[in-house]
Design a protein around this ligand. Sequence first.
Ligand SMILES: Cc1cc2nc3c(=O)[nH]c(=O)nc-3n(C[C@H](O)[C@H](O)[C@H](O)COP(=O)(O)OP(=O)(O)OC[C@H]3O[C@@H](n4cnc5c(N)ncnc54)[C@H](O)[C@@H]3O)c2cc1C
Length: 364
Amino acid sequence: MDDKDWFQVGRRSCCFVDGKLVSAPIQYNLGELPPAVLAKCIQSYNNRPANGQSASASFRDYIINGFGETLADLFLIPQNEKTMAISLDQLSDRAVRRFFPAPDETLVRAGMQPGRNAALGYNANFWYPRTGGIGHLVEGLRNGITSCVVSQDVAGVDLAARTLVTTTGDTYRWSAIFSSMPLKTLCRITNDADLKKAAEALSHSSTISFNIGLRGALRPEFRNLHWIYIPDRDIPFYRIGFYSHISRGTCAPGFSALYAEVGVSPDEADRVDLVSQLQPKILDCLERLGWISPSDVVCVVTHIIRCAYVHHTHSRDSVVSSVLERLHRSHVYPIGRYGLWDYTSMEDSMESARATVLEVVGCN
Ligand SMILES: Cc1cc2nc3c(=O)[nH]c(=O)nc-3n(C[C@H](O)[C@H](O)[C@H](O)COP(=O)(O)OP(=O)(O)OC[C@H]3O[C@@H](n4cnc5c(N)ncnc54)[C@H](O)[C@@H]3O)c2cc1C
């Protein structure tokens, strides 16, 4: 990889609320709401429950205590429930960590003033390849590695014998494994009864991503936005985003591209009828909203991310720490967002891998 192949993008994202686009994060930009909705949000913020967070508080409690019921019901609860495909009652207040702009009194109050410049929240800037998509990062990381086998699924792990077998029937013996596969899957495919049982306590959502290629430009009302959060429960997707606004290098000249993401449980992801039901529903909805014309669609590429958002349930922390302790004893070191069963970004995942390898190699 070369620095000159990348450029820095200033994030532009919005929330679609009450038929209007409000700058994200909405909790710091309430002044952009229609006056009547703003007034209700302010009143409910002033009356938010005064009781402090208890150790057993749910993510739902955290939101209502931090921002008041009106904003919680208008955006914060439906948006997060659609994304993570779970009731927020079942999640702990650590559910989204640094990816959730906190109930900061100064920022929330400042955002209530109409007409001020939007506050940005986390990830205000990000890097992107000048041409093509983020897959360049993976190609770059692979550069120079000569012994690399891909498209093989690890299907079984014998912790005592320190051997693993792949779906093609190959067996490998290890001195140390750094595993990025979802922790739940890893536990399931070991021959350890306790780990298999622990796997049952780990839950997650799936995301179905519809990547849509369009003839011509995107709608002018999207005014160069990168993505929009959609809390409305009558709209099947929780977010849409615009590849061609992130980088013109993602599309051929004269074309544009967007994506729509749908959050479902893993069971639903396994039985969903993509071609004759969900895809037409997504395209119809985008047309109903006036966001695309079906005659402009030139392709749809659908991708199912089976393990998308891990659920920070109340038991997650203790289950994960006992699972990791057991795996480390057999020199299996999970890494990354799914290996460590957390809600983290690409750079966090790479950093966790680097730190783990250095620690283990340093110990040996
Ligand atoms: C909808 C969505 C949007 C996101 N947006 C962003 C964003 O804008 N910015 C950002 O920084 N992050 C984003 N993330 C998070 C980001 O995708 C992850 O943090 C990152 O992909 C984690 O990298 P990883 O290498 O640890 O895991 P992965 O990218 O999941 O890679 C794990 C690898 O393990 C392989 N694997 C799994 N099971 C097996 C098996 N049994 N045998 C062999 N191999 C296996 C998989 O094939 C895969 O190649 C997003 C995530 C989601 C779900």
